[in-house]
Design a binder for this molecule. Sequence first.
Ligand code: KG4
Ligand code: ZN
Length: 359
Amino acid sequence: MTGRAAYFTVQTRKIAKSGPVLGVETSCDETGVAVFCPERGLVAHTLYSQIRMHADYGGVVPELASRDHVRKLLPLIRETLAKAGMTTRDLGGVAYTAGPGLVGALLVGAACARALAWALEIPAIGVHHMEGHLLAPLLEADPPPPPFVALLVSGGHSMLVEVSAIGKYRLLGDTLDDAAGEAFDKTAKLMGLPYPGGPALAKLAESGTPNKFRFSRPMTDRPGLDFSFSGLKTQVLLAYQQHADETNAKADIARGFEDAIVETLLIKCRRALEQSGATRLVIAGGVGANRKLRAQLADVAQREGFRVYFPRLEFCTDNGAMIALAGALRLQAGQHDDAVIKVAPRWNLESLTALAHTR
Ligand code: KG4
Ligand code: ZN
């Protein structure tokens, strides 16, 4: 047997054997690499952030992002394997982010991961970036068992998802315009804060006085679980223009904005739990690193008797560990993709296949 047929025979054999999975994340402005072992958990991970390069432009420049992934990916793979005390020969599979994300950036990771899998005759699988985020809390010591509700809040998405099994996702609410992270970034930009705006605005808000500025909690006055954050930045812009000269106005506005986002997310999370009957809530994605959101959710969870799970801070934002984990789970379940380099800049989370028997 030769060529393609032989390749898939080898893949099938290797899937049965399993083994450490290399995870590669290149969907946006972070190059992330990790090794996840089904038996030992996360063995090593490395991350290179392109933030400094894009900061000069006030946002991500897609072509520069792709080129930088090309520069950094192979050195990071070598570094991660060295940290894990392994060589490529020890790997049992490769997982890479296949979407959603920037097409050029995704292609860098997909091409590299696919080529590596081909050369090593091991299976490879394209992972949905948001499934990676959603499963990131499973990297922690006390992982949430399904069923649960997940709030996914990143630079490109604000979603509430009902998770009845790993891989079985039902969208309860989605973003109608700006995602939560995007709202943070755009608002920070109009207030003259550096990119990426989320962490900068959150830091500024710490020295702001609560309720000096009160912005709306969008779409909380009607039923439903969708989000709309684009109007908030206009409210902030008006406040900023009218009060810019006042002492501490910038921090007070930042505080008002952060409180509005956090309270809106909180209201929708409670509503989603009520609607689905779940008692576990998972928070993931870059905005999940927001300390106010984490503290308030932990507080409400304790008072109202549900459990909330977060990934550690560094696994809220983009990373290779979540991709290695999500890929390892799918490879272990016998899934793998064809040996073609294919990415999906847009990809519906609900179209994924479930891994286990569902309720
Ligand atoms: O998940 P992520 O790293 O990338 C995407 O998949 O989009 O999320 C990045 C987003 C950015 O919009 C960033 O401003 C936001 O997460 N972010 C934060 C914080 N840390 C990151 N937003 C609010 N507070 C934070 N501490
Ligand atoms: Zn992300």
